[in-house]
Design a protein around this ligand. Sequence first.
Ligand code: WTA
Length: 641
Amino acid sequence: MKSEINSLEEYKREYEKSITAPEEFWAEKANNFVWRKKFGKVLEWNFDEPLNRWFIGGKLNITENCLDRHLEKKGDKTAFIWEPNNPTEKTINISYNELHKRVCRFANVLLNNGVKKGDRVCMYLPMIPELPVAMLACARIGAIHSVVYAGFSSGSLSTRILDTKAEIVITSDGAYRGSKTIPMKAIADEALLSCPNVKKVIVVKRTAENIKLNAGKDVWWHEEENKVNDTCQAAEMDAENILFVLYTSGSTGKPKGIAHSCASYMVYADYTFRNVFHCSQNDVYWCTADIGWITGHSYLVYGPLLSGITSVMFEGIPTFPDAGRWWEIVDKNKVNIFYTSPTAIRTLEALGSDPIKKYSLSSLKLLGTVGEPINSSAWEWYHKNIGKEKCFIVDTWWQTETGGIVISPLLNVSEQKPGYAMLPLPGIQLVIANAKGEEQKGNDVEGILCIKFPWPGMLRTVYGDHERCKKTYFSDFKGLYFSGDGCKRDKDGDYRITGRVDDVIKVSGHLLGTAEIENAINQHLAVVESAVVGYPHEIKGSAIGAFVATFKVPENSEKLKQEIIEQVGKAVGPIAKPEKLFFVHELPKTRSGKIVRRILKKILEGETENFGDISTLIDPFVIKELVKVVSSEKKFAKIGL
Ligand code: WTA
């Protein structure tokens, strides 16, 4: 289906209707899908509970909408062009027919291994075709998929497996990442030591390295596939059944399993994909995000497949074998629409424009970014060097919790303002709230970004902890969904996201909770306590700074620093390793014992004097020590990742 929004008038018409008659508006969109049984009431909602339900009574299977319904007319069309990490290895094209068969076959493997409707299946896989196949196979039989990013450590993996109570895990022997090989199975084995509930591990052969298969528990993907055929009737799912759980970091140590449901997530992923990216049927689309993040779920797997589009899926990294790799893939596959992150853009910008010169990039029509605020210089670089000043750029703001894009510039509708996410999509009723939760009306206002009416992509719950869902998103301000992001609406009514207002940090586009990292640091026997804050970083957007109080002055501070950093890498993952780490005697605390991160952040940003109101601190002199430690940083070797 084509996009509904191709001009300002159309945007205004869609937006108006989505506000005045939301149920009718979304029912119309939902009617374009294949339903086993039509829904009755479109929406029931209550932000206090929260209890939000869409397309009530409807029955369907999302894979029939992603795959089966395309087969008659475009069965031979390529669904995925898979580009391997190493350019000397063969590219694989997977048609809709083949993808359908592979999904059905693997769905039978899952059934054969005892997976039932509603069971949770955890995937810890690199960017290989088996990952979307496994996700869709779960959806086919009504199991809930929970993908864990392959860059996470064994500790993060086991926390997530335990939280969903998954009994089955899918992983690979190894993963290729640039010039490195990652021992996926060994990491998974370590995680599984603390997950006695896992009964089966299905292993994809990717790197063919020597691995240990645990008898009775571990099976090879390819051997299991030989035991089954490739027809599998899709399970009939209720609109509100959970489709997947995906973890995101929060301000407490434990990550939150964001749960999305089958029908309305589908409707929203589809609507936003079509209207933001404007793919026509012959276009080639490429989203570089890892499927371990929500962007990969909504705009690499579900969105493009629902539209029957051809997408590129890339296993590797942008700088291997050299910094021209992405552009080689763009030219080779004549990619028309390209969606990536500001961190990747800044990394490539730092490497200069030489690696791009060999490539024409003339196929590109539209570019996108997601995941963090994009600074104007990166935006300009992207516009000039990649888009050759002729591609519209969509700076899309959204979250794991929103399921799909919520604010974005729209082609032929909005102008381009670098760093601006611009306009709410139809169905999105934004509020900029002040610290008391009062709506800031009119233009030229700033505050916290909230949403006051349900939209189909919204989360349903935090898996296994509905109270946490309520507390995190629906309790700060009554009647509002609280995003945790600061936002400005300028004099023209356009939106600009200013960054997080809570204790989570976006590092290279990955959301990390300060508490999660602090917990990892505090596990070290030498450590009393620690405080972690984000500070601006040229490439990563934000980097992590850690202030660590130790029991005694470290004898070998460099060694201890390395040990602590390694510990964080092990407990959370390499992306969470602090870039800077300082040993201190004490942390700045209020009388009630709360660490004042605001002050630590300012110190890391170079502030030495103006810390605002410090009267609530137990010991204001602590600040002096901290300033001294940070400003004499030269003595503290900077530790890279
Ligand atoms: C940030 C990613 C500025 C924001 C889809 C949000 C952005 C968090 C943008 C969600 C953007 C995402 N401009 N900031 N265009 N897009 N963010 O759950 O802080 O991994 O709350 O979802 O990323 O991160 P998540």
